[in-house]
Ligand binder design. Structure first.
Ligand SMILES: [Ca+2]
Length: 362
């Protein structure tokens, strides 16, 4: 395998997807399934601060509990515990008005309400039967909230300063957290799966499941890109930060991407947003790849209800390779597809990999 160019996600049976999330300092085959070989691990993938597999927290249930399906903006949802205020009307979070004496469930500021799929579900994956990404139906029975943007350096720094998160890896020219950079509005990168999970947990959220991510990115209507099937993006179209022709085989880091290498501030490509009735999600295609809570495993067949993260069958109560979604600044247009899968070792910390969080309704 080449270390500087990942295998594009395909629908071929049993083909392994690998994505090279390259850095200047190292040859990083960031998408490494357990059987993949050929690349040397570089400095940026050192498992600094990473818990051993046996101690990896499982994000657990990713579905919103206790809320009925089909509501938009949470307007028809209810939460308990807020009713019974002295005035007889509850004091609702977010300044929302009570409905029939109860507070509507809601999504926190900076998150978008994603409704349940309905009984029909949506098609996840595009592959042939038996392939890793075989097409199958997924039903998400509960609505949930999704971050509008990738988690920024500003947000992550607040977590570090509060003593709840550990610093990202800094040993790369494209490490956005470095103190000499003014990149507070860029996505935090160079964080491994454990760090991403710890951040989400610190703010009462969790990493999205692959199903939640794909549904949120596609609205479940089969669109190719978050913004629709058309147009094909270019660097001038304002849809995504990516590398139109893919990473070059030499000197792949630092001088690729739509803006000369590295990330863009979140929301810098507004034409690429996916719009839901409750709001817009940005950079679901490109900028940084995004960790999910799912172990990278072949998709099941048939219809699946509320898929939850699973452990790897060969790793007791754990997983070593997690699914990534959405493509990044150093990948081609192929990686921007809503249904594309990639995978990375739990310890990787690379410049084109970040995350966003999901949460239950609140
Ligand atoms: Ca992204």
């Amino acid at each position: 395998m080449r270390c500087d160019e990942g295998t594009r996600a395909t629908s071929g049976a049993r083909r392994v997807r690998r994505l090279g999330l390259v850095s200047e300092l190292s040859c990083l085959a960031a998408l490494v399934l357990l059987t993949a070989g050929g690349c040397q691990r570089g400095q940026t993938d050192e498992p600094v601060g990473a818990a051993p597999p046996s101690a990896i927290p499982n994000p657990g249930a990713a579905q919103a509990p206790g809320a009925s399906s089909g509501a938009v903006n949470g307007a028809n949802e209810r939460v308990s515990g807020a009713a019974g205020a002295p005035s007889g009307e509850p004091s609702c979070p977010g300044g929302r008005s009570p409905v029939r004496g109860e507070c509507p469930a809601w999504c926190p500021e900076g998150m978008v309400f994603i409704p349940a799929t309905g009984e029909a579900g949506f098609q996840m994956g595009r592959g042939a039967p038996g392939s890793d990404d075989q097409a199958h139906q997924v039903v998400l029975s509960e609505p949930f909230c999704m971050d509008q943007t990738e988690v920024t350096v500003r947000a992550y720094r607040a977590c570090v300063e509060a003593g709840k998160c550990s610093e990202p890896q800094l040993r790369d020219i494209n490490a956005n957290y470095r103190s000499e950079y003014d990149r507070a509005d860029h996505p935090v990168n160079m964080v491994n799966w454990t760090q991403a999970t710890e951040y989400c947990n610190s703010v009462g959220k969790h990493l999205p499941t692959e199903a939640q991510w794909e549904y949120a990115a596609s609205r479940g209507d089969g669109r190719k890109f978050p913004w629709g099937n058309d147009p094909e993006p270019s660097c001038d179209s304002g849809h995504a930060d990516f590398t139109p022709n893919g990473s070059p085989q030499t000197n792949p880091a630092g001088d690729v991407g739509c803006h000369g290498g590295g990330t863009s501030p979140v929301k810098a490509h507004p034409n690429g947003k996916v719009s839901w009735p409750a709001g817009d999600l940005y950079d679901m295609g490109g900028n940084v790849w995004e960790w999910t809570s799912d172990c990278y495993l072949p998709y099941p067949s048939g219809t699946v209800m509320d898929p939850a993260p699973k452990h790897h069958p060969n790793l007791k109560d754990s997983c070593y390779v997690y699914s990534l979604r959405g493509g990044g600044w150093n990948r081609s247009v192929t990686a921007l597809r809503t249904y594309g899968r990639a995978a990375s070792k739990i310890t990787y910390r690379v410049p084109a990999l970040g995350f966003r969080c999901a949460s239950r309704l609140q």
